[in-house]
Design a protein. Structure first.
Length: 82
């Protein structure tokens, strides 16, 4: 089973003609291919699997998922809430 958290697209470019996004995960940035979501734009929240953006999320969906992730991480032993 895989778990992914939403990231926000902060830039879009291309590699060998294919669209590639720079996705920000609360300060950590990674690249993701946009061949499955060519309609994605800077500012969109996306879910990424294996380096490919596979789904766009509304701001409300993304923020709820991020909040739930923070709550789950706070339940880990020895970890204080952020």
């Amino acid at each position: 089973m895989c778990l992914t958290v939403p990231g926000r697209i902060v830039a879009i470019g291309s590699e060998t003609g294919a669209p590639v996004a720079e996705v920000d995960y609360e300060g950590v940035r990674r690249r993701a291919q946009l061949i499955y979501l060519p309609e994605a734009r800077v500012g969109d929240y996306v879910l990424v699997q294996a380096g490919f953006a596979v789904r766009r999320l509304s701001d409300a969906e993304a923020l709820e998922a991020i909040e739930l992730t923070h709550e789950a991480l706070a339940l880990e032993p020895g970890r204080s809430p952020a």
